[in-house]
Design a protein around this ligand. Structure first.
Ligand SMILES: [Zn+2]
Length: 178
């Protein structure tokens, strides 16, 4: 029960962080890029109400040694840069705020490889976190409320008269402290 409560609290913190990033994403575009051990560049961006994950098979040569790079720009500039990178030769599956886009770098002289971009709207991430927060937190909360009011944590039977073992479902107070 304690673990469920902790999971619930963790998702609540993640939810608050997502909401903060969501608001920020309309004012600032944030990009984090990093290289895998094999030198393939990967990125994640927060832009105009969406989280964008970019996976690539593009091997950046050793002179571009970047382990982790963070960049913050205006959303308009980030969108222009992204459209240069995406070019015109790509496959786009889009539904609502969701998108899966894949293609090859269009610029001559760029390292060869493919990229896949997944766009997830912040509202969706927020809903997942709300569901997880309530899902993990509901039972601990109900148990806590019942315990406070002297009710059986399992079935809600009033235990104030009948001591520690519930006459209704047989749950004892010691069992219920899970
Ligand atoms: Zn009971």
């Amino acid at each position: 029960m304690q673990q469920r409560l902790r999971a619930s609290q963790l998702f609540l913190i993640v939810l608050l962080a997502i909401c903060a990033m969501w608001v920020r994403s309309y004012r600032r575009a944030d990009l984090i890029a990093f290289l895998t051990p094999s030198g393939r560049i990967q990125a994640a961006a927060s832009l105009s109400g969406s989280l964008v994950l970019v996976g690539t098979s593009i091997v950046v040569d050793s002179e571009h040694s970047l382990s982790l790079q963070w960049e913050s720009t205006s959303p308009a500039f980030a969108t222009r840069q992204a459209s240069k990178f995406i070019g015109s030769d790509f496959v786009n599956h889009e539904l609502g705020g969701f998108a899966i886009v894949s293609g090859s770098p269009p610029l001559p002289g760029e390292p060869a490889g493919r990229w896949v971009l997944v766009q997830i709207p912040y509202w969706f991430a927020a809903i997942l976190c709300i569901v997880a927060t309530i899902g993990y937190g509901w039972h601990p909360w109900v148990h806590q409320q019942r315990r406070k009011r002297g009710l059986c944590v399992h079935c809600g039977y009033d235990l104030r008269e009948s001591g520690t073992r519930c006459p209704e479902c047989g749950t004892s107070e010691s069992n219920s402290l899970d």
